[in-house]
Design a protein around this ligand. Sequence first.
Ligand code: NAD
Length: 485
Amino acid sequence: MSKKLKNFINGEWVESKTDKYEDVYNPATKEVLAQVPISTPEDFEDAVQAAQAAQEKWKKVSVAKRARILFKYQNLLEEHKEELAKLITQENGKSVSEALGEVGRGIENVEFAAGAPTLMMGDSLATIATDVEATNYRYPVGVVGGIAPFNFPMMVPCWMFPMAIALGNSFILKPSEKTPILAARLAELLDEAGLPKGVFSIVNGAHDVVNGILDHPTVKAVSFVGSKPVGEYVYKRGSENLKRVQALTGAKNHSTVLADADLDLATKEVISAAFGSAGERCMACAVVTVEDSVADEFIAKLKEASDNIKMGNGLDEGVFLGPVIRDEAKQRTLGYIEKGIEEGATLVRDGRNEQNEDGYFVGPTIFDGVSQDMTIWKDEIFAPVLSVVRVKNLKEAVEFANQSEFANGACLFTTSALSVRYFRENIDAGMLGINLGVPAPMAFFPFSGWKSSFYGTLHANGKDSVDFYTRKKVVTARYPEPDFS
Ligand code: NAD
């Protein structure tokens, strides 16, 4: 019997008032792991009430004490690393080694947030006029809502709640209904670390909970990570309701391989970025532009490397490529492969040949001769499908990539410093990689997508997250010099 999941409200596991549940699958086996409640507006209201009451007390707890809870949480997450990774693999499908990487990135955010005493410091100026000084204090914003995608069940929520709570906010998480199991474990460990009841809540579900976060006047800030259409909706509706919103959305990341690059390194990195996590990464390499003179050699290397990829259940030894998340995602991917052929791209490697009916598998797929009028170039496919484009030089590669509506990450493989500088100055993307395939910045830098990959002003992570989860109060004070006569 699979487990009926509960919501975490006011520090207790409570059954949702809904009668609607969805199955949560292991995408590698189609086994039903749990049932997730599609919670009601009443469930959300209970969470908001508890979060607001908790925040009134939490904001007065010293920042050093709050940080100590995060240090303890960090240790607990380290202790449970393997268990957490296994849970991620079961509900998401990525390999255990990738899941362990994800857990590590999540812990890194907790570690960064534990620096809250320093990060939350304001600034001051002793003399802004004669006998007048100014001090800028930071305060939490109040109750914060977080809406997460399925592809990083641990890392993405960790971009949000550790910093939000370290800074004195309370936080309500709506995990993806496709991957809600890991989130429950994150809450249990927070409880074990000593977080007061109500400071962190989970309300499982879909649209109703999202709309609750966007509409409820008590929720002051919203962090969203997910697809572009939903991110746009979240940004517009949340802003209309006068909230702070940061929405990190879709991507179509381009990598460029120049003739002077180390082609073996480029192959290894591009393969890992294109097919790791089954291409279900906002930093996945979706398109590789390669200089004409090395294109045949590079494509042959890509093909050979992808022929050696082991596909299967991410829990099994040596598996690199797991399934996509659901049958719907698999059918969508097969549709894109059909469309690519129909629109005239050359199929270099056909992942359809390796369908494995145990789960929702699609093998590594590579197209050559992709152009900008093709659907496979325009759309975010979010699957193990890589498009190759042959270009004359770096200038043409940059112009090609800059036509995309998305601008999350971009990578360059070269040994030329001049090319690196040209690329950095001219490419439209918020996160760049030089001779590496997945340029996801560490927790202390912002996760800084551009164009349709991000809506808002302050990004997730880094100092941006401190600004996003705090508001400022500037005190200007006159202290006339005492008369000592
Ligand atoms: P999604 O947009 O379908 O879902 C994200 C969240 O929004 C989920 O919690 C879901 O329940 C909710 N949601 C979905 N449809 C909704 C609707 N109509 N109304 C209200 N809420 C809705 O995204 P996903 O499929 O879970 O995740 C994949 C997407 O996330 C990809 O586009 C990927 O690029 C993006 N992503 C972006 C980043 C980034 O940093 N830019 C990071 C990870 C994932």
